[in-house]
Ligand binder design. Structure first.
Ligand code: PMV
Length: 328
């Protein structure tokens, strides 16, 4: 029996990863830059044993169906191959989210699984190589290996595509991110399908790539200068450019719902009223607001006027991946 357990926190991209140049290896078309957060995380344990005849996957104590298990098995195969261990496994994953809001996170989930496999199979990976392994599970997971600000260097091969911390003198500790959870009644387009469709068909995709390269430079400079306004402006603008690509895809689609727009308008209105806050959105309707910790309580209270408290989650900068003891 080989056991391992790890905890990984989620991360939110300020400069988005949007599009793959290699589907198999999960090599992105552009560099991305994220902030790892403390508000929700995944703990995953894995036990490999020659006594198991197949892989089994429990998420939040629920046995998962074949499709979900296959995705996990595919990832386990990569780890098994690296270790030269070919035993089946039981994977138990627990998502810790403040409210039951459908905020499942592939970033924290796949990073935690990579961390658990690293321990269980005695892979002894450096953080860089752990980031490379996590990337194969879900692109954004490669950034959850580190805390604080993280940049994923796109690279051009399995070896050269991985995340690293962005030097910030702990400036991230002065920041906060408030999640506005928005109910989505529309049909989901997964990030995987959404980004592929835009790469293949969006008229704006090439312009997105040009812009992303400029935006990431601006974000790096803003972090180096601890310039909140510059970081906020480029974060919001980059998110809008990413979402613009979906409208020019074929068939066109959007992740925005009327409530997402309500939240975005609220942020812009707060800004006009003098609050220092900016939004970002991923492949779903939720809106995340970047602000400084010193302003976060005021901004939270202002948001409570328009959104019920159970839809609001306050987050701060989080840590990198951690190894945990297995309970026996
Ligand atoms: O890692 P994935 O395949 O879930 O893709 C994440 C894509 C975005 O969340 C939209 C952007 C990002 O960089 O996290």
């Amino acid at each position: 029996m080989h056991n391992g357990k790890a905890r990984a926190f989620t991360n939110i991209a300020l400069i988005k990863y949007w599009g793959k140049k290699d589907q198999q290896l999960i090599l992105p078309m552009n560099n991305s830059l994220s902030l790892t957060l403390d508000a929700f995380y995944t703990e995953t344990s894995v036990s490999f044993s020659k006594d198991y005849s197949h892989d089994t996957f429990y998420l939040d104590d629920q046995l998962q169906n074949e499709k979900a298990t296959q995705k996990i098995s595919h990832f386990l195969d990569l780890a098994r191959k690296q270790a030269g261990v070919f035993e089946h496994a039981i994977v138990r994953s627990q998502n810790f989210v403040p409210t039951a809001a459908g905020l499942a996170s592939s970033a924290s989930g796949l990073a935690a699984l990579a961390g658990a496999c690293n321990v269980a199979l005695g892979l002894n990976l450096t953080t860089k190589n752990l980031s490379r392994l996590a990337r194969r599970g879900s692109g954004s997971a490669c950034r959850s290996v580190y805390g604080g600000f993280v940049e994923w260097e796109k690279g051009n091969s399995d070896q050269t595509s991985y995340a690293s911390p962005v030097a910030s003198h702990h400036w991230e500790d002065d920041l906060a991110m408030i999640f506005i959870l928005i109910n989505d009644k529309t049909k989901d387009v997964s990030s995987r399908n959404g980004m592929q469709r835009t790469v293949d068909t969006s008229l704006y995709y090439n312009d997105w790539l040009k812009a992303a390269n400029i935006d990431i430079e601006k974000a790096r400079t803003a972090i180096a200068n601890q310039d909140f306004q510059a970081l906020g402006e480029v974060t919001e603008a980059n998110c809008l450019k990413m979402h613009a690509t979906t409208l020019a895809a074929n068939p066109p689609f959007t992740y925005w719902t009327p409530d997402s727009l309500k939240a975005m308008n609220k942020v812009q209105a707060m800004r006009q009223a003098g609050q220092n806050c900016y939004f970002t959105m991923d492949a779903g309707p939720n809106v995340k607001i970047l602000c400084q910790k010193k302003d976060s309580e005021t901004i939270y209270r202002e948001l409570q006027k328009d959104f019920p408290s159970h839809q609001l989650i306050m987050a701060h900068a989080g840590k990198g991946i951690e190894t945990l003891e297995m309970e026996v």
